[in-house]
Design a protein around this ligand. Structure first.
Ligand code: PXP
Length: 248
């Protein structure tokens, strides 16, 4: 069996959260991105939210100028964000649902109910050279819709699984994991590149890293949290080690 490599995208949003908490210039998310790329990250992910609660516009300018690995620009499907993405032409764009009142991205996109509008976003961003992914749940209807709107990539939302593990609900977690794996297989067999992410930690990453259908994991909050105790570079290196160990 050929083992397909798996990429680690490090999300640096919450370095910016900490910076913004005091209105200081530090900790600098661009410095974190440089540490990440030296510590085993294959790419950097940053989510420019409508309310700019963590990453701000100048962070995107500076990231584009500073990093050598690809930038995955997460954004809501709004005309404001589309204009910013078209100006920067990042390597990748991940379209996510966004609600002002949520603490984090709570669910996946409802692609099936918004096909025409999302197809326009996928077409314009793809034409600008960005590889577009859609952040969705494991529902086969959403996977089918992602194919229909012409997205080359889907990212499966692992947040619910991670929450169930944290709450000690082992049976429900096993069911959610099985559904995510089924979704990954379905998306892969439909010709989509499959990514996964949200809420992943040292204790939840392995089953996703082991799945040959998954090509990339995007991980942020846990790594930035663990950086407080062990340092950002070592936390990323340990995540990389766990992913590689699970892949074999
Ligand atoms: N993937 C997507 C699409 C996300 O929106 C997020 C959170 O910004 C992540 C991955 C990373 O989630 P976490 O910060 O919980 O690791």
């Amino acid at each position: 069996m050929t083992i397909r490599p798996i990429r680690l995208g490090v999300n640096i949003d919450h370095v910016a959260t900490l910076r913004n908490a005091r209105g200081s210039a530090y900790p600098d998310p661009v410095r974190a991105a440089l540490v990440a790329q030296d510590s085993g990250a294959d790419g950097i992910t940053a989510h420019l939210r409508e309310d700019r609660r963590h990453i701000i516009d100048s962070d995107i300018d500076r990231l584009m100028a500073a990093i050598a690995v690809p930038l995955n620009f997460e954004m809501a499907a709004t005309t404001e964000m589309q204009a910013i993405a078209l100006r920067h032409r990042p390597h990748a764009v991940c379209l996510v649902p966004e609600k002002r009142e949520e603490r984090t991205t709570e669910g996946g996109l409802d692609v099936a109910s918004d096909c025409n509008r999302l197809a326009d976003f996928v077409a314009s961003l793809s034409a600008a050279g960005s590889r577009v992914s859609l952040f969705i749940g494991h529902d086969p209807r959403q996977i089918d819709a992602a194919v229909r709107v012409g997205a080359p990539v889907v990212e499966l939302h692992t947040g619910q699984y991670c929450d169930l593990v944290a709450e000690g609900k082992a049976e429900k977690a096993a069911l959610e994991l099985a559904a995510l794996m089924q979704g990954a297989r379905l998306a892969h067999s439909a010709g989509l590149e499959v990514h996964a992410g949200h809420g992943l930690s040292f204790s939840t990453v392995s089953p996703f890293a082991a799945m040959q259908e998954i090509a990339e994991l995007n991980i942020g909050h846990f790594l930035v949290s663990e950086a407080v105790f062990m340092g950002l570079g070592p936390a990323i290196a340990e995540m990389r080690r766990l992913m590689d160990a699970a892949r074999i």
